[in-house]
Design a protein around this ligand. Sequence first.
Ligand code: GLA
Length: 422
Amino acid sequence: MRLSASLSVVILALVSYATAAQTTASVPATAKPHHAAAPILAATPPMGWNSWNFFAGKVTDKDIRSAADQMVATGMKDAGYIYVNIDDTWEGERDANGVLHSNDKFPDMKALADYVHSKGLKIGIYSSPGPKTCAGFAASLDHEVQDAELYASWGIDYLKYDLCSFIPAVMMKQAPNDKAEQMRTMIAAYDKMGKALKASGRPIVYSFCQYGWDAPWEWAPAIGGNLWRTTGDVQANWQSIYNIINQNAGLAKYAGPGHWNDPDMLEVGNGQISRYDNKMHLLTLAENRSHFSMWAMLAAPLLAGNDLPNMKPEIKAILTNKDVITIDQDKLGHQGTRAYADGEVEVWTRHLVGGAMAIAVLNVGESRYSTHPFHLDLAKLGLHGAQKGKDLWTGQDVTLSNNMPVELASHDILLVRIAAPK
Ligand code: GLA
């Protein structure tokens, strides 16, 4: 159990409040990111690896080094994965001067950062605006400037800042009966660390992890957020992955170079122990493909979360599919949208540089097979007549024609790039 029972209850209560607030949000998007002359940080969605989804609280210095080694050895670095991000449980205690030290699992953070940099990669770290992290380790409350300076002195390139204990320890304590004030307090805390990171002088990608509360897409870019979680935590099962896809429909206009919706880290290659049979159920290959394709359609950060030293070839093939990564990293930064749904099949489109278009046909359902295929309606995508493109999973040329049947196994996807849509 990562959270204490009482904290979990508080978080659950606030998540339902925030979800309700989210669906009724009526404030228009006014916050526009301010870009100075310096190159835009996270001009395309950040790509890398994060320790949490596979290692959770067990991660060590050795695991991070070996992840960095594997990112190079497997070709992931060449495919664009750059950040090696340490999630929760690296933190030790503060000394008499308030300086935070890492714990025994991470003997020397500067040496670790140097090692990761020596591979041509970048390194990320994790904290919380509250007194404790989600896993109960020391966090940044009242030490924001000191921590930002510490990260910069180690050579940190990315910070994931996770709300967690800030909820009960500050928001609920300071404004027990005032949700709006709680949210203002939360935004101020993210702003505070954003300013501390800027003042450190080091370009550090700033990732907000506050589960989509109070529509962060409306206010995060203006206070320096390069990405913000749009939902609760992803899990390695189709229901969780699809729920997240669904919750990101409608957020496209908020994404763009330097500021991205974050549907959470990748579970490609992972699985879960089922409470029904106590056995590990890995995501199927179709689910891994669909998950990865849809994160690319959503212009999502691509942070792999699997066991890199033991990655199977078919998982590596998915994570390093350069055509799909090119969709994700498209310079325009236009997030894809759901064009239409027909029963359990959804069709999403994404506009790409040079007038190109990506089309994803996703079979969301559990049990639909080939006996009654879905038929593609090109007019609903604004297209007229046959469209020549490339199937990004077979690598073959493909022509999409109006009303053509598309047969997809459960949870599988057809992802096509059309160079010159008509
Ligand atoms: C929260 C975050 C996760 C992970 C854990 C670490 O649940 O949403 O992504 O960082 O905390 O404790």
